[in-house]
Design a protein around this ligand. Structure first.
Ligand SMILES: Nc1nc2c(ncn2[C@@H]2O[C@H](COP(=O)(O)OP(=O)(O)O)[C@@H](O)[C@H]2O)c(=O)[nH]1
Ligand SMILES: [Mg+2]
Length: 314
């Protein structure tokens, strides 16, 4: 992505470049005239090509995975970003036109006063166009900041873990992942996201799946979530092919089974397109007579069966 500058920075950069323009000509009049033209051209070129880079090299929003689009939407709205890019493109065309319309009269004239006043006019008009898109440039700069901090999530089959705090979600993520889970911050909250991977080798093919734990997001009732957290959950719905909902029947997590079942029904409503695997954790400690798969991150009981269940649903 190009480094997008604010309106003031763009103008400063363009003016700085004009100071470096030097023309050599033995004829003093020609030297002055050519210098004025060259500076004006350099000013306009710097601006037009910067704006062109911004629009051309900005990642196509429509081609981003929906999860990332949703993340952009949370902070600045995709519509606003598209409008901002449109405004920058308009400014590029307008600046180009201002210069090309005036450059002929610059070339024709031999009056230095006239040339200088034309130059000032072009500087002024282009500057005012750039100042007009200052807000839009800031939108793009903000979008870039968000995009740089995107959590590193791939477009591969994904399992998301949900359940109350202390039921054993992080333990389960470690239990299921081959490597140490990576932890990244959500770009829009202080919330973290932990991503682990399972690899499944079948003859010569290795399939990779990612497992995501989202502390603070899928471990609380919807009524306790603020707007941003709700939107973050919405973003996650794009990722989750499978949801593992972890129940702690020992209630040592500090939440009753009734509360846990209530959270399950809420999460089910949010992730209507995902396949649910409900597990009862801490089976080494206590098992209920329920139909749910019993696992233990401590003893490893049930983990193989859980992995098979994950595979068979992809
Ligand atoms: N007895 C037992 N304790 C467990 C098991 N899994 C997790 N725990 C414990 O439960 C507590 C919370 O686990 P953690 O993975 O941090 O839960 P999270 O908040 O849902 O991520 C920790 O003290 C774990 O050691 C298990 O299978 N059996
Ligand atoms: Mg945890």
């Amino acid at each position: 992505m190009p480094l997008v500058l604010s309106a003031e920075e763009i103008l400063n950069k363009a003016f700085r470049k004009t100071n470096k323009v030097q023309i050599i000509d033995r004829n003093a009049l020609y030297k002055k005239k050519k210098t004025i033209i060259a500076k004006t051209e350099s000013f306009s070129d710097t601006i037009v090509s910067s704006l062109e880079q911004y629009v051309k090299n900005f990642p196509s929003i429509n081609n981003l995975p929906p999860f990332y689009q949703e993340l952009i939407d949370i902070k600045i709205s995709v519509g606003q970003l598209k409008k901002a890019l449109g405004a920058v493109d308009w400014a590029r065309k307008t600046c180009q036109m201002i210069y090309s319309k005036q450059s002929k009269s610059l070339r024709k004239s031999r009056k230095i006063d006239f040339l200088l006043s034309k130059q000032q006019e072009i500087y002024g008009r282009i500057s005012s166009v750039i100042k007009q898109i200052d807000k839009e440039l800031v939108v793009i700069i903000d979008a870039q900041k968000i995009m740089k901090k995107f959590p590193d999530i791939s477009d591969i089959p994904t399992v998301v873990i949900a359940g109350y705090p202390n039921v054993g979600k992080s333990s389960l993520l470690r239990c299921l992942s081959s490597a140490k889970p990576k932890i990244a911050q959500y770009p829009f909250t202080t919330k973290e996201i932990s991503v682990g991977h399972i690899e499944r080798k079948e003859r010569h093919i290795t399939n990779r799946y990612q497992i995501i734990d989202t502390p603070g997001l899928l471990d609380r009732p919807i009524s306790k979530k603020n707007d941003i957290e709700r939107q973050a959950v919405a973003a996650l719905t794009h990722l989750a092919d499978i949801i593992i909902f972890v129940i702690d029947p020992t209630e040592t997590c500090g939440y009753t089974l009734i509360d846990q079942m209530h959270l399950l029904s809420q999460v089910k409503k949010m992730f209507i397109d995902s396949y649910f695997i409900i597990v009862e954790n801490k089976a080494d400690f206590k098992k209920t007579g329920s139909k749910y798969l019993k696992v233990s991150c401590e003893s490893g009981e049930g983990i193989e069966i859980l992995i098979e269940k994950i595979y068979s649903n992809f």
